[in-house]
Design a protein around this ligand. Structure first.
Ligand code: BTN
Length: 325
């Protein structure tokens, strides 16, 4: 009942009478009062006025299934939501849930990760309450060869959601780091379990630095948070919902052609490397050139002085010649 109670309080402009809630849920006034009390204990500020009813004044910045479900507007993303105070990694948890039969669109969220995973075997700092640690489980009927493009779809969705929620432009450092003012605010790790021609599942893990007020010295030159960049604390549940909404939209576009052809233009508009000199850290042969945008398959187009080269994500990493971007 708490999810529905929250949804009604949120959707009502003004007070909802206790009687209306009793009728809606078919329960006693005491049961409604108990629901209100539990929400208050979780940090919701709910005003109760005699002869008028209840009114939601403010919501806490908590990541609970009730909170996320009560604001959910998506069709399939987040149709099942599992929230945890602590996990090793939301990606690992989502993979376990996939094997336990959880459906396409399941969302896993944690307040803290003890073994958060980054790309290339690195770890992802995930202190309690500092940010968003979320993983979306997909069970797509796609060729495994096309799955790597999903990470760029997620990057586009996240950059667009962050821009919309914060009012500050968030860009993409190819292929899938989200940056604000030249520093990284979000990383995305996509992992897949597949047969030769069949995907069992894909998990898309998104880590957004939201409230952090500092970073360890080793990464402070390239990492930042929404708080450090804007001086504001953003509601994490609203941000997660925005990412899911944007992801549903871009994923539907991607599914039509199973590539990024209809998204290249929008992706390139977010690309902070566009028309910048980049160094491609290819272990066989590093090279420099000018990044021009992406191909419909998500490769980075790099013009060197002698030729045009296409760089595939996963094989190499790309750095700005003058710094991280
Ligand atoms: C990167 O190295 O840039 C990718 C970082 C991805 C971090 C997120 S946090 C949620 C999800 N769970 C993980 O263990 N990693 C991803």
């Amino acid at each position: 009942m708490r999810t529905e109670l929250l949804t009604i309080l949120r959707e009502t402009d003004g007070y909802v009478s206790g009687q209306a809630l009793c009728e809606k849920f078919g329960v006693s006034r005491t049961a409604v009062w108990k629901g209100i009390r539990q929400l208050r204990e979780s940090g919701y500020v709910i005003e109760a006025v005699q002869n008028k009813g209840y009114r939601l004044i403010s919501s806490p910045d908590i990541l609970s299934e009730n909170e996320l479900m009560s604001i959910r507007k998506t069709e399939w993303a987040g149709q099942e939501i599992r929230c945890f105070p602590v996990v090793d990694s939301t990606n690992t948890k989502a993979q376990q849930l996939a094997e336990d039969g959880y459906p396409d669109g399941t969302l896993v969220v944690a307040e803290q990760q003890d073994a958060g995973k980054g790309r290339r075997g690195r770890s992802w700092e995930s202190p309690r309450g500092s940010g968003i640690f979320m993983t979306l489980l997909l069970k797509p009927q796609l060729s495994p060869n096309n799955a790597s493009m999903l990470t760029l779809v997620a990057a586009l969705a996240t950059a667009s959601a962050v821009t919309e929620q914060t009012g500050r432009p968030a860009g993409i450092k190819w292929p899938n780091d989200i940056v604000m003012n030249g520093k990284k605010i979000c990383g995305i790790l996509t992992e897949m379990s597949a047969q030769t021609d069949y995907i069992n599942h894909v998990v898309i893990g998104i880590g957004i630095n939201v409230h952090n007020d500092s970073f360890p010295d080793e990464i402070s030159c390239m990492a930042t948070s929404l708080f450090l960049e804007t001086g504001k604390h953003f509601n994490r549940a609203a941000l997660i919902e925005a990412v899911l909404e944007r992801f549903e939209h871009y994923y539907a576009v991607f599914r039509k052609t199973e590539d990024l052809s209809a998204l290249v233009h929008e992706y390139d508009a977010c690309l902070v490397n566009a028309h910048q000199k980049v160094r491609v850290l290819d272990p066989k042969e590093p090279f420099e050139g000018k990044a021009m945008g992406i191909t419909p398959r998500g490769e980075l187009i790099v013009d060197t002085w002698e030729s045009r080269r296409l760089v595939s994500a996963g094989e190499v990493s790309v750095r700005g010649v003058y710094g991280y971007v």
